[in-house]
Design a protein around this ligand. Structure first.
Ligand code: IPE
Ligand code: IPE
Ligand code: MG
Ligand code: MG
Ligand code: MG
Length: 325
């Protein structure tokens, strides 16, 4: 980064930070229910085992590819998306073969992060507390590792769908759509094209809803389909997912300014350095926090409208805006 850019970045961080909000976020964090933390950990451990069971063995002529894929996949991460698949399948009843779908969504998400960090996109060098994939394996292998994870995810889901169960086919379709050109990839395109430009809130919402909320919608719908949810319930699941999805990206924008790199496992200031359009840059910090919280309340209402044991999903919505990583 040039020194002029660095000074500009430091100024922006100061302008957008707000010590009152920093403190509020910290207090909220301390408040996250211990019980919820335990429940989240339980589910994170389960889905992590699922993911591990589908990781390729690091052998053969394409060993480097497998190492690069596993390097990013095994680096941790919150596992939010597979936890959503797992939980929605659980609350709607008998979960079918949930493991391949949990593994697949996390593989697709991880591929999106590897590509997002490339010099041609956000040019970041730290992810999940490790040097980014291209820093370790080089750009060519990072691109191929992303391709590999995306394709492997679909192989895993299709393999599970071979028995012809329509619930699984709908789950695979939901995940595939969330990640696609009318989902995450579509959002990434507009995100990249909007760098350094002034855009309005409608376009920013398009970016956030597509690049981030779409994959969260895919996760929630996949879980609900696997659990046997009917179409009426699916609508409410989608309302929940869209609300927490947008809130999640608003919080990501906020943490990019006031977060702690050690806890986040990625460097802060990336958005300002890349002149990204974000909620805080467009609406200010205070308004961004307010909107994220309103979205969470909307999400909780959608769960209360469903006849399910939704307490974990309600706490998860609160966690989206009180997390520190
Ligand atoms: C980061 O996602 C990319 C966004 C959509 C904001 P996460 O914050 O879920 O990243 P991990 O999976 O925990 O590393
Ligand atoms: C990325 O959004 C969303 C993806 C589809 C990967 P960001 O670029 O803000 O995500 P981070 O902050 O690098 O994790
Ligand atoms: Mg990005
Ligand atoms: Mg990024
Ligand atoms: Mg970000």
């Amino acid at each position: 980064m040039t020194s002029r850019r660095k000074i500009h970045q430091q100024r922006m961080v100061r302008a957008l930070s707000n010590s009152k909000i920093d403190k509020e976020i910290k207090d909220n964090n301390d408040d996250i229910k211990t019980n919820f933390k335990d429940e989240l950990k339980k589910r994170t451990n389960i889905v992590t085992e699922y993911i591990k069971s589908f990781m390729p063995k690091e052998e053969g002529y394409q060993k480097t590819l497998f190492e690069a894929m596993n390097y990013s996949l095994d680096a941790g991460g919150k596992r939010l998306r597979p936890v959503l698949v797992y939980e929605f399948s659980r609350v709607f009843g008998k979960s079918l073969d949930v493991a391949p779908f949990c593994a697949a969504i996390e593989m697709i998400h991880t591929y999106s992060l590897i590509h997002d960090d490339l010099p041609a996109l956000d040019n970041d060098d730290l992810r999940r507390s490790r040097p980014t994939n291209h820093k370790v394996f080089g750009e060519a292998m990072a691109i191929l590792a992303g391709d590999g994870l995306l394709n492997h995810a679909h192989e895993i889901m299709l393999n599970s769908c071979l028995d012809g169960d329509i619930k699984k086919i709908k789950a695979a379709h939901a995940i595939s759509s969330g990640a696609g050109i009318y989902g995450m990839i579509g959002g990434q395109v507009v995100d990249v094209e909007s760098e350094g430009k002034k855009i309005d809130i409608d376009k920013l919402n398009f970016i956030h809803n597509y690049k981030t909320a779409a994959m969260i919608v895919g996760s929630c719908l996949a879980g609900a389909y696997l659990g046997g949810a009917g179409e009426e319930d699916i609508k409410k699941v989608k309302d929940y997912a869209l609300s927490i999805g947008l809130a999640f990206q608003i919080e990501d924008d906020i943490l990019d300014i006031i977060g702690d790199e050690k806890k986040l496992g990625k460097k802060i200031g990336s958005d300002i350095a890349n002149e990204k359009a974000t909620y805080p840059s467009l609406l200010g910090m205070q308004e961004s926090v307010k909107i994220a919280r309103e979205l969470v309340e909307k999400a909780k209402k959608a769960i209360l409208d469903l006849d399910i044991d939704g307490s974990f999903l309600i706490d998860l919505a609160d966690y989206i805006v009180s997390r520190d990583h």
